[in-house]
Design a protein around this ligand. Structure first.
Ligand code: XMP
Length: 326
């Protein structure tokens, strides 16, 4: 639309003025907000923006490629992908408590991002340049919630962790501060970002790590990733994406369910479908999906994912149930 085209133009000019001929860094999460913020800054300062994507190995199928390939193709952004999946899995070994998982994933994320940022700073230094700015995809509702502050920050204060090396102090660039989510999506469209990215439903920072009930392992992630991809594919094919706020697929990795296949009994795991409708994730209702869509998802998952022999549907509202299972 005309208005959003204007927003793009104004923001690009404002960013160019703020950053001048200095350098900026931006962490991409795989989500809409950071991608749109980065694309705006890229348009303003080109390759003086370095994007960093920490691949924690907990993303869904195709999401890392979406950033690595599609985002870069459209924006031409200078992107550094850090494959840290081994580090995250090692740190998560033996951990089953949900809050401990979150803490570990948050902590490792900061460690990896911090090191990547230091590398970017060191590279800039070789050319006599400094990296003074950190780009963040803060939206208007986040600004209101946090009391409206702005200015300088470091990676840790954003994640509520204290103490940081001096050279990781940045001035914040927050080009989405006045926008609501649907406006951010529109800006993303204006910038040519693919629909798969722009329309992406909410996905938690700890990713699939909190959708495996039990210990997170590479094998379990592979199983869940396959089941989740099937569910998303069928929901999209049935054009239910806009009706559904999000649909976690949860692997009950410590539960074994008996099944039968051919001549033999199987001993696999159940996955839970958790489709919810919501306005803001504060409250939610379970989405009344058509039976034929549920049947298709169930048949495909049990046929195509060897370790899963049962698909169950979560019919709990929030409250009392949360959207995620942990
Ligand atoms: P719950 O499960 O509390 O989720 O109903 C509400 C919304 O928040 C998302 N969620 C998270 N997002 N880190 C995140 O970035 C987290 O640890 C986390 N836990 C839940 C959830 O997907 C839903 O959109």
């Amino acid at each position: 639309s005309w208005t959003m085209a204007n927003v793009v133009e104004e923001q690009v000019a404002a960013i160019a003025a703020q950053i001048g001929d200095r350098r900026a860094i931006c962490g991409l999460s795989g989500g809409v907000d950071s991608a749109v913020a980065a694309a705006l800054v890229q348009r303003a300062i080109g390759d003086r923006l370095t994007c960093v994507y920490v691949d924690h190995g907990l993303m869904r199928e195709g999401e890392t490629e979406q950033i690595e390939r599609d985002f870069v193709a459209v924006t031409g952004a200078d992107l550094r992908v850090v494959d840290a999946s081994e580090q995250f899995l090692t740190a998560l070994a033996g951990v089953t408590d949900p809050e401990t998982k979150r803490k570990i994933i948050g902590r490792e994320f900061i460690r990896v991002f911090e090191q990547a940022a230091l590398d970017v700073i060191a590279d800039a230094k070789e050319h006599g340049e400094t990296v003074d700015f950190l780009v963040q995809g803060t939206l208007y509702p986040d600004v209101v919630e946090s009391g409206g502050g702005t200015g300088t920050a470091n990676i840790k204060s954003h994640h509520n962790v204290g103490g940081l090396p001096e050279d990781l102090m940045f001035t914040l660039v927050e080009p989405l501060r006045t926008l609501f989510k649907d406006e951010v999506r529109e800006v993303g469209r204006q910038l040519g970002l693919p629909d798969t990215l722009v329309q992406r439903q909410p996905f938690p920072g700890p990713g699939l790590g909190i959708r495996i009930i039990g210990e997170v392992t590479r094998e379990r992630l592979d199983v869940l990733r396959q089941a989740d991809a099937i569910a998303r594919e069928e929901l999209s094919a049935a054009q239910l994406d806009t009706e559904i706020w999000q649909c976690p697929v949860v692997l009950l990795a410590d539960v074994r369910s008996v099944g039968v296949q051919g001549d033999g009994r199987t001993y696999g795991h159940p996955v839970v479908l958790r489709p919810v409708s919501s306005e803001d994730a504060m409250t939610a209702d379970w989405t009344r999906l058509p039976y034929d869509v549920l049947a298709k998802i169930s048949t495909r998952i049990t046929n195509e994912v060897a370790e899963v022999n049962r698909v169950v549907l979560d019919v709990t509202s929030k409250p009392p149930g949360t959207i995620e299972w942990e």
